[in-house]
Design a protein around this ligand. Structure first.
Ligand SMILES: [Zn+2]
Length: 168
């Protein structure tokens, strides 16, 4: 995908997102659409109904635009959350982005972490990739909160959840 090659940027600007959205809409007009994958469908089935439909719509909208988004984590056990926190701290340093076990919305089925794949089917590992901005836009337009952790820290661009103000 040609426009991806210009996407190696330190931060994402709205202009860059507009360019990618324009291209995605052209792909959509050209009839390019991706099917869902079974692992994502299974992950979605574990979610609390309060976000399941929103997450399904968000993923379908992106895939209809030609953006291959899949769910990496949905509902997790407390043990899995503890493992995730250890991995985040190894990657990002003390604190990391992962919630303390017992306090993650993933443990309540109220959050997903998405994975994006390029047209060659390779996992996109850089969060600077402009598709993450589209994840945020489409996620929020479907009523999900994007990228924010419980303590208000910004930065986990893979993370979509039920907005905190809708929590009981
Ligand atoms: Zn998450």
């Amino acid at each position: 995908m040609r426009y991806l090659e210009s996407a190696k940027v330190a931060s994402v600007s709205y202009d860059e997102i507009d360019i990618v959205v324009d291209q995605a809409l052209k792909d959509y007009d050209a009839g390019r659409s991706l099917a869902s994958d079974p692992a994502t469908d299974k992950a979605l089935s574990t979610l609390d109904p309060r976000i399941r439909d929103s997450a399904q719509r968000e993923i379908k909208e992106l895939r209809d635009m030609g953006i291959d988004e899949r769910v990496g984590r949905a509902r997790v056990t407390t043990e899995q959350q503890a493992q995730q926190k250890a991995e985040h701290e190894a990657q990002f340093g003390a604190g990391g982005y992962a919630a303390t076990p017992g306090h993650s919305l993933h443990e309540r089925g109220l959050a997903i972490d998405v994975k994006l794949y390029d047209e060659q089917g390779r996992l996109i590992t850089s969060w600077d990739h402009p598709w993450y901005g589209i994840v945020g836009d489409i996620g929020q337009s479907n009523g999900l909160q994007w990228g924010v952790t419980r303590d208000g820290q910004w930065g986990d661009l893979r993370h979509l959840q039920l907005p905190y103000n809708q929590l009981q």
